[in-house]
Ligand binder design. Structure first.
Ligand SMILES: *[C@@H]1O[C@H](CO)[C@@H](O)[C@H](O)[C@H]1NC(C)=O
Ligand SMILES: *[C@@H]1O[C@H](CO)[C@@H](O)[C@H](O)[C@H]1NC(C)=O
Ligand SMILES: *[C@@H]1O[C@H](CO)[C@@H](O)[C@H](O)[C@H]1NC(C)=O
Length: 161
């Protein structure tokens, strides 16, 4: 009986977790290869093309595991509209060391250790003036000192009212 309850809760947690995650693709992969070593959760982004609602704040979480020691951490984010990159979301080139927590929720700051799992949390404001285009969001987490890329992914999205 107990076993069953525990099993069901476990299943539920997995399902909830899965249903909240956003499908993302490897940067630069022509045939849209799914990136599976980074767990990405963009608010309300469980369907493909992720709706980005203008004049709203979207909560995001990115769970990653660096494979080198990270001294400093920035995000580089741009949208690709009709093959033209445009800087996006007020997060481009932003230092995010203070937005990092460990898996158990403890606050963390740079440097980050190779092989440990971290979660980057942020709230992104979608500005009012974006045109209502389909847009592919290109997102990377980088160490600006070594210039190494920790993770990089693309999310098909669309700007909506
Ligand atoms: C992750 O993707 C790689 C190829 O990109 C694949 O070889 C591997 O089996 C995948 N792992 C899982 C757990 O899906
Ligand atoms: C943006 O949102 C704020 C608060 O939700 C609202 O007061 C404001 O009127 C909105 N601006 C536009 C241009 O819709
Ligand atoms: C997400 O969806 C909920 C429920 O539909 C809505 O209230 C909220 O404003 C949405 N958030 C964003 C960022 O679109």
């Amino acid at each position: 009986m107990f076993d069953k309850i525990i099993f069901m809760s476990f299943l539920l947690i997995i399902l909830l977790h899965k249903s909240k995650s956003t499908t993302v693709y490897k940067c630069g992969s022509k045939n849209k290869e799914v990136l599976n070593n980074t767990l990405v959760m963009f608010e309300n982004c469980t369907i493909s093309r992720c709706p980005l609602k203008k004049n709203s704040t979207m909560h995001i979480e990115i769970k990653f595991k660096p494979d080198f020691d990270v001294k400093d951490l920035i995000t580089e984010v741009y949208g690709i509209v009709l093959n033209i990159p445009i800087p996006l979301l007020g997060v481009d080139k932003k230092n995010v060391c203070t937005n990092i927590i460990e898996e158990d929720g403890t606050k963390k700051n740079c440097p980050l250790q190779k092989g440990s799992t971290y979660i980057y949390k942020d709230d992104i404001y979608i500005i009012e003036t974006y045109p209502k285009f389909k847009i592919d969001v290109h997102w990377s987490l980088k160490d600006p000192i070594s210039r190494n890329v920790i993770t990089c992914f693309e999310v098909p999205a669309k700007i909506i009212d």
